[in-house]
Design a protein around this ligand. Sequence first.
Ligand code: MG
Length: 315
Amino acid sequence: MSNVVIIKKLNEIEEMKIYYQTYLTDKYPPGSVFAAKTPSCSITAYKSGKVLFQGGNSTAEAAKWGESLSASKPAHTAKKANTPGSHLPENFETLSVVGSDEVGTGDFFGPITVVAAYVKKEQIPLLKELGVKDSKNLKDEQIIHIAKQIKDIVPYSLLTLHNEKYNKMQKSGMSQGKLKALLHNQAIGHVLGKIAPDQPDAILIDQFAKEEIYYQYLKNEKIIQRKNVFFSTKAEGVHLSVAAASILARYAFVKYFERLSKAAGFTLTKGAGSKVDEAAARLIHEKGKDALPAFVKLHFANTEKAMNIYAKKYR
Ligand code: MG
């Protein structure tokens, strides 16, 4: 079955609803404005502005309303080797899903935190109500607020790879990609154990490596599950479980970061920019070079830059 997605403004979606009024169905998926079934295709319009056309005549039907965002061929031919992510089942956003995401991989200071979280389909409206969405659009204070509200509702597993251990593993030749794969795999395993005998409809990993490479990284590991496992970039926007995982991972990162700042004796800087180099130089000055491995990801270029600043500024 072919799918076409177009993006419409909410007032246009209201117009579409009127247009299809004789075909409206009374089963609306969560997050939708309306669902309709014409003799030739079904139409589902979401509050996000996405309108999904499914069925034989979907391309022609969608063309009445404007440009399509994506037109996919039937599922069995759609999966090419170089597709950026998995071909997701229909109405994926309405399924019960374990989602996983990580935080901290681009920050010089602080750990990597990985969370896998299970969001059941019945919880989706509640989580939306609590403000769960793409954490890139949320400030730290909002993330903390939302995380505190969802941490007892959503079963999840958090793994924190602190800096000492990260540096050891990195030094032993492990790439950051492999580290992430190990952590995701483990977190997913933990959360599946927590929710058993319940099982998710699917697992969605916020894609940091192509699927084949992910499994390549795990070739010496016990791979938790391969069936119904999907990969997507920007997966936070694909299913709320990844958005929830991302919020919980960021919350853990922020808390850890506060502790690190306390240990440093001054407020550390996130990211990997030039302010970070300055902060690291100050840390070297105040705590000594040997303190670095407990605070930073040593293989980042920031280490050398900080050493240079330290040499000029403090000696
Ligand atoms: Mg991610």
